[in-house]
Design a protein around this ligand. Structure first.
Ligand code: HEM
Length: 325
């Protein structure tokens, strides 16, 4: 499931930034996504380098710093190539994508404006890839694991799709507001999949007074989203996968979904939240409309064990997608 989900979601970011998608067999595209995936895995939240930055100066590459840096240089070269190609073919009246839009602003503001220089363009494109590919792809893989383990939930979701969308057309984003069971399901996947348990580290840019303590300027702050997702005062039996906890007696969302802060909160809340929610809806409902998702065999269900890289991801697994009649 891993390669398929990563390539599909990565292609969405490619469409936004580069203006085109790639064939899944394209060697350059496959290499690019595998470099991102490897860095995602190596750049572990719990990794030693995060707490002890000096280990990067040790001989050899015990902590994969050289590998991370080399991968990152290769990715940057690929993006630089794309930027050059765009610069040579750009037409002001026909913006193709994010790079074109950025380059047009660069022309207006001048290349010396640090907001619109090439370095910021490369960094912005990389951020969209880093933050916008493996995150959504990881949630899709958690969702499929929960669907395989909970056949009645899978059937109920398919029933909702049948009622709202039918089978003669593909689901569209305008169907989303009429599908509360889907919304409850995906919220429970966000909660239990819990892909960013420690969100993203922040820094204090000045001394901060908080509940009688002082957080000194320069401190690293690690938000603990996990403590919310598993809080029994917010979610009864937090270890149980139960989409119904988000539904009222009328079958509509009961407001508890707002406690699931998978995208963090505040001014630096995830920039891609609305895109991710759209991707997940279209991907999962289209899949369920056409396929029944089953384990590889009845005695080989995908594991709930997770590995913690930049995101909390499921272990690799295979499954069967049986086409519905
Ligand atoms: C289900 C999928 C996703 C989850 C669970 C998720 C979660 C998060 C979280 C927890 C943060 C940290 C916020 C903070 O610093 O407090 C974040 C930041 C960010 N996310 Fe996402 N994300 C997802 C998908 C995406 C997508 C699809 C994109 C882009 C297209 C994206 C772009 C970003 C960016 C650029 C930031 C940094 C924002 C900033 O620092 O201002 N994310 N995301």
């Amino acid at each position: 499931m891993k390669e398929m989900t990563v390539l599909a979601i990565s292609n969405i970011i490619c469409s936004i930034t580069f203006g085109n998608r790639f064939e899944y067999t394209d060697a350059k595209f496959k290499r690019l996504t595998s470099l991102f995936a490897e860095n995602f895995r190596l750049n572990s939240v719990g990794g030693a380098v995060r707490s002890f930055p000096w280990v990067r100066y040790l001989p050899g590459d015990m902590f994969n710093i050289k590998k991370l840096t080399q991968n990152f240089t290769d990715i940057k070269d690929f993006v630089a190539e794309q930027i050059d190609e765009h610069r040579n073919t750009i037409e002001e009246d026909c913006q193709r994508d994010f790079i074109d839009a950025f380059l047009i602003q660069q022309q207006k503001h001048g290349e010396d404006d640090p907001i619109f220089d090439d370095m910021n363009l490369t960094a912005s494109v990389l951020n969209l890839f880093v933050a916008g590919t493996d995150t959504t792809a990881t949630v899709i893989r958690w969702a499929i694991i929960y669907l395989i383990h909970n056949k009645p939930i899978q059937d109920k979701l398919r029933q909702e799709i049948e009622t709202v969308v039918g089978s003669s057309r593909v689901p569209s984003i305008s169907d989303k507001s009429s599908m509360p069971y889907y919304e409850a399901f995906i919220t429970e996947v966000f909660r239990m999949g819990n892909i960013a348990p420690l969100s993203v580290p922040h820094g204090a840019n000045k001394d901060i007074r908080f509940r009688g303590m002082v957080i000194p300027k320069g401190s690293t702050l690690i938000p603990n989203l996990d403590s919310v997702m598993t809080d029994p005062e917010l979610f009864e039996n937090p270890d149980k996968f139960q989409p119904e906890r988000f539904l009222g007696e009328d079958g509509k969302l009961n407001g508890k979904e707002r406690d699931v802060m998978a995208f963090s909160l505040g001014r630096r809340v995830c920039l891609g939240e609305s895109l991710a929610r759209m991707e997940l809806f279209l991907f999962l409902t289209s899949l369920l409309q056409r396929f029944e998702l089953l384990p590889e065999s009845t005695d080989n269900l995908p594991s709930f064990d997770a590995t913690l890289g930049l995101a909390r991801a499921s272990k690799d697994y295979s499954c069967r997608a049986v086409k519905l009649k």
